[in-house]
Ligand binder design. Structure first.
Ligand code: ZN
Length: 235
């Protein structure tokens, strides 16, 4: 096997949750993913114009019906939701954008918005919306669009809060402290310092804190940063 011919992008088989169509979509081989840094809300930052950014390929768009989804989506769609998808997505399908080859930021943004809309029509869990909105905010951060980054961080934090209240995330793979930490950090980024400190404190005092020291340490650091920013802002 000649390693020099391995391309960053590869074809991944996908099956549509809505219409069962099978098709291929692009993913990036992890060895080519080289962020410059990872931000405190876990958003990866890449050099300008970096094409090997997995955020571009987080959403899968069905080539037949346009339904757009991620690995978090439920595989069950109710009859009522099916009718809505048919009317709102399939009949209005975007036949111009190529979602199945190499994607640029604009194509990826379009895919995220389609997935958010698809998730609304099938009444997905709050954690699914939260993960979509957070990643879309990271994508906007990468191109320096602060206004849209802020808008999607606001949506993400509200969905993470609802997800926490209803515990609609998978507790086996996502510790509750990680959700509390993220709610704190997104609030800090939005300048909501009181909320940020409330959530960072909840991480530090969480019953499972000794199991998840990584998040407890992050929360302590970001608590101090939030307190400092708050004092500076008050002048
Ligand atoms: Zn489909």
């Amino acid at each position: 096997m000649d390693l020099s011919t391995i391309e960053p992008l590869y074809d991944k088989k996908a099956k549509c949750i809505y219409c069962q169509n099978t098709f291929t979509t692009k993913k990036i081989r992890s060895r080519f993913v080289k962020p410059l840094k990872i931000e405190q809300d876990f958003g990866p930052l890449f050099k300008e114009g970096e094409e090997n950014n997995p955020l571009l390929y987080y959403v899968t768009v069905c080539s037949e019906c346009g339904f757009s989804f991620t690995e978090d989506f439920s595989h069950h769609i109710s009859e009522a939701s099916r009718k809505k998808v048919q009317k709102e997505i399939t009949e209005k399908m975007d036949k111009v954008t190529d979602f199945w080859g190499k994607r640029n930021v604009n194509q990826a943004v379009r895919a995220y918005k389609l997935a958010i809309y698809s998730a609304q029509l099938v009444l997905e869990k709050h954690i699914v919306f939260a993960n979509l909105c957070l990643r879309l905010a990271w994508l906007y951060r990468g191109i320096g669009n602060q206004q849209e980054e802020k808008r999607f961080l606001e949506l993400a934090v509200s969905e993470f809060e609802k997800s926490y209240i209803h515990t609609d995330f998978k507790t086996e793979t996502t510790p509750e402290v990680s959700i509390l930490y993220l709610i704190g950090e997104i609030n800090r980024r939005l300048g909501n310092y009181n909320e940020a400190i409330t959530y960072f404190t909840a991480v530090a005092e969480h019953p499972e804190r000794s199991r998840y020291t990584k998040y407890v340490n992050y929360a302590r650091e970001q608590w101090q940063l939030a307190a400092r920013e708050y004092r500076e802002k008050k002048g």
